[in-house]
Design a protein. Sequence first.
Length: 297
Amino acid sequence: MEDLCLKAFHPSARLEVVVATTTGACRDAQLAHDLAPTSAVALGRLLTGAGLLAIHSNLPGSLSIQVLSQSRIKMMYADCTHEGDLRGYVRDTSLSFPLSAAERSSGRHTVGAAIAPGKLSMVRIDPQGRYSQSATTLVTGEIDADIEHFIDRSDQVDNAMACEVRLNDDGAVTRAAGVMIRALPDGNRAHLALLRERIAEGLLLGLVRDGAEAKGILTALDREAEPVETPTRLRWKCRCSVERVRRSLSLFEIKDLMEIIEAGEPVSVRCDMCTKSYLIGVDEVRTVLERMIKAQA
Ligand SMILES: [Zn+2]
């Protein structure tokens, strides 16, 4: 079953509803980064939120969310292109908090203690490379609530956001999905509040547990919301390449490049986003170094 992002509209309440299933992307992220349970839930929620926002915005380019945490996780990042390619990472991949009785019975893991306090910032980049950025303070560290707060404060849009990542007893991701509801300026706030309440009561968690597809989640949430366009496929896919890695060598210090050349061995450069490693030959490092020295002359 592929991951999908579905955009819908509630005509009488004037609400936009976006639903994303992200099971495959969250599983792939967990495998790529070897994520322990709490780290997997945290990154899964961030990936799901990035997917919902990127596909909703409909702008060509990419959208990224970064969390700078003063707690255990330290840093998290996720981005999504308008084509639905998701990637991301967390600084501490090893977090595994014991579950409380409430978490065990609801199925919703709490990750706030690993993340808050801190800041969440969002960067939107268009194909011409122009970008806009803003940031807000984390409210709970549960990620979905923090993104909701960001949209409320930074974009000044009344909204509800929920991202759920479920794990099995071994801590592996089994299912993941998210919902974002946004009120148009003349949208019905009472109906938005009603949908938020349904989600808070566990509607989305239950649907995710039962493996509901995007359309099923939409219908269960609100029968009146109608899909407005063909769903966009979401997937875990990094945009790294050997060319990008070569270019990134120019960010190294000259003395580090000289050390690589002296050692005479190809150097392995790892992509932070997807953990793929690229082997760069000494001759290529030498070319980069010569270019850097020339540029400084
Ligand atoms: Zn990569």
